[in-house]
Design a protein around this ligand. Structure first.
Ligand code: NAD
Ligand code: DAU
Length: 389
């Protein structure tokens, strides 16, 4: 339609004015919603903490897998935030590293090198503790596709061995599990995982974790074991083995290698800082209801390409300086956690609100701690090269 020049300008100005008014109204109400959500989340947490059960603080803890990524961060977190003493039971597989516990006070943390499948050793350590926090596992999906057997042994037989010991000595047990037991979600699915999502694991790793969760539930119901379970999303932070996505890409760039993205990079993970995972574990251990499952997540959904672009930017590299490589067979598309139960029932909130800041600090850690990871780099990359990744 052709409008006379003057009329066209007036209509355009009116439309622009209206657009700006509508945009600014939308911005105002969006800001109000965000503020209200923050306020109501804090209010929910505050009212939950007013009604919290008294915390049961264990003086002596047995932490399995405490020389691995999350377990060693848990030992550091406990020393900084509690008075409890810690015995770490760890087999020191390729994924465990005693250096991850270096610097911790010897009168608070001791390392016992051993296998969670060793029933006599497990029994003697469990007897002498107040509570067990069970992190030990074979934890890497890609490895489970190459050789499932250690996953079945450690994740199933190891958990069974611990359950028999806590049952015999009536000790508190907290089982660390993963959101992967629920399978995956479509990219546009409005649903997130919650405590009643049906189990639907995809890989030998996630199915062995699902099986270990079910063992815990059965020992609670049939034998009255005092246990809780948490299922958390993807962790990032210091001391993570460089086979995993974020540290692999950081250490590739620091080694002059190109980062490797599986498939097209659209798979989504729900990232949480490891300290937030561990503060949630402590909350559940000390205040959680027996027999209950709690999902842990910090609303950190991002696809792999976005995470990689963040890493490249923070390390001063061009946004496209990476290779697309063979996809993981059976690759889960998307994980997303609804942690409402943990937040509203136990008053937990994550501290790390900015993924970019947590990621920048993690990059600094890998820059400053090359001696911690350098020894594993060549073998890790050789393993990936063999499988075209
Ligand atoms: P990790 O692979 O870094 O550490 C596992 C530790 O367990 C290692 O120190 C290893 O030596 C030890 N271990 C393995 N087999 C053992 C055995 N038979 N006996 C004793 N010790 C043994 O794993 P992680 O990433 O720290 O994961 C810890 C736990 O958290 C696992 O149960 C995993 O399923 C769960 N989880 C991990 C994530 C994540 O993003 N990394 C997220 C949710 C849940
Ligand atoms: O969700 C919790 C799970 O998170 C834990 O239970 C597992 O123990 C932990 O390893 C992690 O599993 P993922 O398979 O999600 O993590 P990973 O670091 O192996 O891979 C993250 C994503 O990045 C995944 O979509 C695969 C992709 N990826 C991975 C590597 C190693 C790449 O694109 N390139 C890579 O080089």
């Amino acid at each position: 339609m052709n409008l006379p020049d003057g009329l066209y300008d007036s209509v355009r100005k009116l439309a622009l004015d209206r657009h700006q008014t509508v945009t600014s109204l939308m911005e105002q109400s969006l800001r109000r919603i965000v503020n209200e959500q923050t306020v109501s989340e804090a209010a929910r947490a505050a009212s939950a903490s007013a009604a919290l059960p008294d915390a049961q603080i264990p003086a002596k803890l047995l932490v399995t897998g405490g020389a691995g990524f999350i377990g060693s961060n848990f030992a550091h977190w406990l020393v900084a935030n509690t008075d409890s003493t810690v015995t770490v039971l760890d087999k020191l597989t390729y994924a465990g590293n005693r250096e991850s516990l270096a610097g911790l006070p010897e009168d608070r943390v001791r390392l016992v090198v051993g296998d969670i499948c060793d029933a006599d050793l497990v029994d003697s350590l469990v007897k002498d503790t107040d509570a067990v926090v069970h992190f030990a596992a074979e934890s890497h999906n890609d490895n489970s596709l190459n050789d499932p057997s250690p996953f079945i042994q450690t994740n199933l037989v190891g958990t069974y061995t611990l359950l028999q010991a806590v049952r015999a000595h009536d000790k508190r047990f907290h089982h660390i599990s993963t959101d992967e037991v629920y399978g995956d979600l479509e990219l546009d699915d409005p649903e997130r995982f919650h405590e009643y999502t049906p189990y639907n694991p995809s890989s030998p790793y996630s199915s062995s974790k699902a099986g270990s969760d079910l063992l815990v539930r059965a020992w609670v119901r049939s034998f009255g074991v005092r246990a809780t379970i948490s299922n958390c999303s993807n962790n990032y932070g210091p001391y993570q083995h460089i086979e995993k996505f974020i540290p692999r890409q950081i250490t590739n760039i620091l080694s002059g290698l190109r980062p490797k993205l599986y498939g097209s990079g659209e798979n989504v993970r729900d990232w949480i800082h490891v300290d937030d995972h561990n503060s949630a574990v402590w909350t559940i251990l000390t205040r959680g209801r027996m027999g209950e499952t709690y999902l842990i997540g910090a609303d950190g959904e991002r696809n792999n390409k976005q995470v990689l672009e963040d890493i490249l930017r923070l390390l001063g590299q061009p946004a496209d300086a990476y290779d697309l490589v063979r996809d993981r067979p059976g690759h889960d598309l998307r994980y997303a956690i609804d942690s409402t139960k943990l937040r509203s029932e136990l008053g937990w909130l994550p501290k790390y609100r900015s993924f970019s800041e947590g990621l920048a600090a993690t990059i600094e850690w890998y820059k400053n701690n090359e001696s911690w990871w350098r020894g594993a780099k060549e073998a890790t990359e050789a393993m990936y090269a063999k499988q075209g990744q």
